[in-house]
Design a protein around this ligand. Structure first.
Ligand SMILES: Cc1cc2nc3c(=O)[nH]c(=O)nc-3n(C[C@H](O)[C@H](O)[C@H](O)COP(=O)(O)OP(=O)(O)OC[C@H]3O[C@@H](n4cnc5c(N)ncnc54)[C@H](O)[C@@H]3O)c2cc1C
Length: 390
């Protein structure tokens, strides 16, 4: 069977769903999302969902601020709940990192981001359970916090459907067709052929394989990032703030049911490649204990928390830990991938930016830092921590 669409989006994670919402908002007619399994089945459904605003470039800072404003009014903008909890976030840095933090803070503030530099001894004023020993400074972002990536995906998908988009689940794209250097459509595992002048690779952890279907190589590594869940002791008190300890190498974010999600902020995930189909697999207790020791140093009263479980997550990582949001060398074949562990908090702005590129309207921020070709021009290397400060 053959059908037609104006835009085919491959992948029903938060990126693809946000893009479908924004494209239909710009009046693009027939938008079709093809999702291999079910909405949010990939990295999105395994995400920790932290929303922080410390980013090293003006473009990413502007995007995260635009996105935050959407999460804060998600019901008005999209018509459902985002699970946004603006509990505030603290970001602790070492004395050596402090000058960079001060420079970045100036950029953040110029863009209208609310953030305050705290001396380590003043942290207790905001979150007394954080241990400031060894820190050079702590950034306090009162509007940051976390959200629910699955709820955001389902919300965007539902709103896109109401605007006319079609979303097919259990629909794996197995071929991408092209003629004369232009994309012409896709075929699914079920044998459905869809002719379309624009195809978008929003396949997240599977984006390198999807790009290869069009003969395009992406400089993206799928790197392992395990997450651990602990149950706080009742004596701990109420939920804590989100705390990202860049000096000690761990993060914590509260979850309902007295739970805390935690993971590493030091490992270079790019050096731990993972098969994306192992997503969600059990993470070992040995692996957990290294991270939980760090968490216990950052927030000593979490040292008494009970270990509940750990699972394998993964990031789609580019060499500079920033996404590729651009048309590929195959005309009409766009890439919205390589979100490098930031794809939830940036999703509203990523969808908005990609929709503008495809519909050829003015993008909300410059797309230049996210260009497909940037990696061939210079050798760039980074770590997750460098995606906060450079
Ligand atoms: C453990 C973990 C913690 C994270 N923590 C945070 C955080 O705190 N804050 C933050 O902002 N971000 C975080 N992220 C990152 C963020 O969640 C991701 O960047 C984002 O969810 C990626 O969304 P996506 O739609 O680009 O990709 P995905 O969610 O991976 O979606 C891609 C979709 O494409 C589908 N697909 C694959 N191949 C095909 C095909 N051939 N045909 C059709 N469909 C296909 C997949 O089934 C999948 O549903 C985290 C991620 C993980 C895994």
């Amino acid at each position: 069977m053959t059908s037609t669409a104006d835009v085919v989006i491959i992948g029903g994670g938060v990126t693809g769903a946000s893009l479908a919402f924004h494209l239909t908002g710009l009046g693009v007619g027939r938008v079709l999302v093809l999702e291999r399994r079910f909405l949010a089945a990939g990295g999105t459904g395994h995400s920790v969902g932290i929303i922080r605003q410390l980013y090293p470039t003006p473009e990413t800072s502007a995007m995260v601020l635009r996105s935050l404003r959407v999460f804060q009014r998600f019901r008005d903008v999209v018509g459902s709940e985002a699970g946004y909890v603006g509990c505030g976030a603290l970001i602790g840095v070492s004395p050596a990192m402090r000058p960079k933090l001060e420079t970045t803070l100036a950029v953040q503030r110029a863009l209208g981001i609310r953030a305050e530099l705290l001396e380590p001894d003043d942290v207790a004023r905001v979150e007394p359970r954080v241990d400031p020993a060894g820190l050079g400074a702590v950034l306090y972002e009162p509007e940051s916090g976390y959200g629910d990536p699955t709820a955001v995906t389902l919300g965007y998908a539902g709103a896109a459907r109401r605007r006319g988009a079609v979303i097919e689940q259990s629909a794996e794209v197995v071929a991408i067709h092209q003629a004369g250097g232009r994309v012409t459509g896709v075929t699914t595992a079920g044998g459905e052929r869809v002719d379309a002048p624009v195809v978008v690779n929003a396949a997240g952890l599977w984006s390198p394989g999807v790009a290869r279907l069009a003969g395009v190589e992406l400089p993206i590594v799928i790197g392992r990032h395990p997450v651990f869940v602990v149950e706080r002791d009742p004596s701990f008190g109420g939920p804590h703030l989100v705390y990202l300890d860049l000096a000690g190498g761990s993060y914590v974010r509260p979850e309902t049911g007295n739970l805390t999600l935690t993971g590493s902020l030091t490992d270079d995930e790019a050096e731990h490649p993972m098969d994306p189909d192992l997503l969600g697999g059990e993470a070992g207790f040995e692996e957990a204990s290294t991270i939980l020791e760090r968490t216990g140093r950052a927030v000593p009263r979490l040292a008494d928390a009970r270990y509940r479980r750990g699972y394998a997550g993964a990031f789609d990582i580019t060499p500079d830990w920033m996404p590729i949001l651009d048309e590929s060398p195959v005309r009409g074949f766009f890439i919205a991938a390589g979100l490098s562990g930031h794809g939830f908090k940036l999703a509203p702005a990523v969808g908005e930016l990609m929709a503008a590129l495809i519909a050829q309207t003015t993008p909300p921020v410059s797309p230049a830092p996210f260009a497909f070709g940037r990696f061939t021009r210079s050798t760039v290397a980074g770590t997750f921590v460098a995606s906060y400060l450079r």
